[in-house]
Design a protein around this ligand. Structure first.
Ligand code: HPA
Length: 276
């Protein structure tokens, strides 16, 4: 990013470029997390743009994370899917991690869906569970809104009483009940990574009130809420951080477990988009 332009101008420039790619404003932006990329198979793709072709966009570096924006139709609604996100642990600063959300808002998109893989610390959780994110705890060492506030995006002090839309949660909850799909709900606690947690850290997460822990999502949601976007978050529990299970955690296991739960996440997100 150039030094002269501010975040507002940069994101507007990127939004203008993206707006020229299709003749509609998508209703939803959907961030596809670890191993959840196959949601794109449900999207009738109209245009796919690699990050490297998008002005001002950072480029994703993690193995297994792709990098493109996908315009298309999901269950009758226009969506913009983000296939591959930017993590703080990769070395991006928080402004870069959350730049895509700034762009989505500048394009006129008002609804955001975020998905991720996480480690469960709630004793009622099992590997492969799907957790609706009801709330989060931000323990990242840098805040995405630190620094001068641009009032055009939103206020200096942001109300965080409902970061995850209760209406959206209710739509998904109702559908899951209808279809007898077992879901969990809980609080996602965000840490920077890239290490998985020690047993003592998983215990800390649980004691602090987290049900699951991960390395993404929280910064993006904060920035989306700053701009008044409506957010839905969903997480696949890919490992369990307790004495019995902690040895299992590695990236391959996480991707495997995320893949296994993918059909459920796809169905729930698809239904949300269709019904809300
Ligand atoms: N900790 C942090 N991030 C994660 C985990 C975990 O156990 N599983 C998947 N992402």
């Amino acid at each position: 990013m150039s030094e002269k332009k501010n975040e507002f101008d940069l994101s507007l420039e990127t939004a203008d470029y993206l707006r020229r790619q299709v003749d509609y404003i998508p209703e939803y932006a959907i961030v596809l997390g670890s191993g959840l990329g196959s949601l794109v198979e449900d999207i009738e793709v109209e245009k796919e743009i690699p990050y490297k072709d998008i002005p001002n966009f950072p480029i994703s570096t993690v193995k297994g994370h792709k990098g493109s924006l996908i315009f298309g139709t999901l269950n009758g609604k226009k969506v913009l899917a983000m296939n591959g996100r930017f993590h703080f642990y990769e070395g991006y600063d928080m402004k870069k991690v959350t730049f895509p959300e700034r762009v989505f808002w500048q394009m006129g998109i008002k609804k955001l869906v975020v998905s991720n893989a996480s480690g469960g610390v709630n004793r009622n959780f099992s590997i492969g569970d799907v957790m609706l994110i009801k709330d989060h705890i931000n323990l990242f060492p840098e805040h995405p809104l630190r620094g001068p506030n641009d009032e055009r995006f939103g206020p200096r002090f942001v109300n965080m009483s409902e970061p995850y839309s209760k209406k959206m949660l209710q739509v998904v909850r109702a559908y899951a009940a209808e279809k007898n799909i077992k879901i969990k709900e809980g609080t996602y606690l965000g840490l920077q990574g890239p290490t998985f947690e020690t047993l003592a850290e998983y215990t800390m997460v649980r004691n602090m009130g987290g049900d699951a822990v991960g390395m993404s999502t929280v910064p993006e949601v904060i920035v989306a809420v700053h701009m008044g976007m409506e957010v839905f978050g969903i997480s696949v529990i890919t490992d369990i951080g307790t004495e019995e299970f902690i040895e299992e955690v590695n990236h391959v296991e996480v991707l495997k477990a995320a893949k296994a739960a993918e059909p459920v996440v796809r169905e729930l997100v698809g239904k949300l988009v269709e019904r809300y």
